[in-house]
Unconditional design. Structure first.
Length: 288
């Protein structure tokens, strides 16, 4: 058994012993400015190997294709996981997606999925803040850490940027939430894009973890939200900015929070244990 599987087996045992029925997850991909063909299989493997999820994938037409025919079946799933950043969905598909989440469905947005749909109000409310796609102060505020509290900052400026890829320290800001409970308060994430200057409606966002976007690396000089949760109607949204590529997703911290975040989005609870060999404040840790 390689380290990828052995690191996940603790979570699988926990899921099996809980006697919980597997949760149905649907990953959405097909367009992205990132390499979704490589990252979707990793996301799928992270979820499936826990033993907590069964996973299917809905792949959209390529850019320029007939998006009117892209109608994933959202109903019947416990959680939707977006690895999508591309052309708008049809109005019918948008309405079905909103109804699913508002009605109590779980939703997870991974990395560049928060770049999607800058003109779709409900989507931007779900994700809290996003980047690129022409987002500016008209899209909403930044979320800023000031005197130990998160506040909305309406300063004018772009929505979305990042410096050069590098290892960086993730700091847990809410250790009481089921997703982050029991995790180290600080851990090193492997080389990744550290998203900064995200902005949007920023309503009812709970920031679970941040990272300092060091100006020496081209960052904003702010402690930027990395992991967030947002309610939407009866639904729950987990937003992770981590995961530019395969290596970044294989960070034990990123994989742990992705799996735990998906379980929380689906159920409101977390039974999955943190993966073995969790990174420390001094050292990264990556799955094979």
């Amino acid at each position: 058994m390689n380290r990828f599987l052995s690191a996940l087996v603790v979570s699988a045992v926990a899921a099996a012993t809980s006697h919980a029925a597997p949760l149905k997850a649907l990953i959405i991909d097909g367009q992205n400015n990132h390499d979704w063909k490589s990252t979707t299989p990793v996301i799928r493997r992270i979820l499936e190997t826990t033993g907590r999820f069964t996973v299917e994938v809905a792949t959209s037409p390529a850019k320029g294709g007939d998006m009117a025919g892209f109608k994933p079946r959202f109903a019947g799933n416990d959680v939707l996981v977006s690895n999508y950043n591309g052309e708008p969905w049809s109005e019918e598909t948008q309405k079905a997606f909103v109804a699913y989440v508002r009605g109590g469905g779980g939703f997870v947005t991974v990395h560049a999925a928060n770049n999607s749909f800058p003109e779709w109000p409900e989507y931007n409310t779900m994700i809290g803040v996003g980047g690129w796609g022409g987002r500016t102060e008209k899209s909403g505020p930044y979320i800023r850490l000031r005197d130990g509290k998160f506040v909305n900052d309406t300063t004018a400026g772009r929505g979305g940027s990042h410096g050069k890829q590098h290892d960086f320290l993730v700091e847990v800001r809410d250790s009481t939430h089921p997703i982050t409970a029991g995790l180290p308060t600080k851990w090193m994430h492997v080389k990744d894009e550290l998203y900064d200057r995200l902005r949007g409606p920023a309503a009812n966002v709970t920031v679970l973890a941040t990272a300092f976007a060091d100006p020496a690396q081209g960052g904003s000089g702010e402690h930027e939200p990395m992991l967030m949760v947002i309610p939407f109607g009866k639904g729950r949204v987990f937003h992770t900015t981590l995961g530019h590529g395969v290596d970044a997703l294989k960070c034990v911290g990123a994989a742990s929070t992705l799996a735990r975040g998906a379980e929380w989005a689906a159920t409101g609870k977390v039974t999955l244990k943190p993966l073995e060999n969790f990174p420390t404040a001094e050292k990264t840790s990556k799955l094979d």
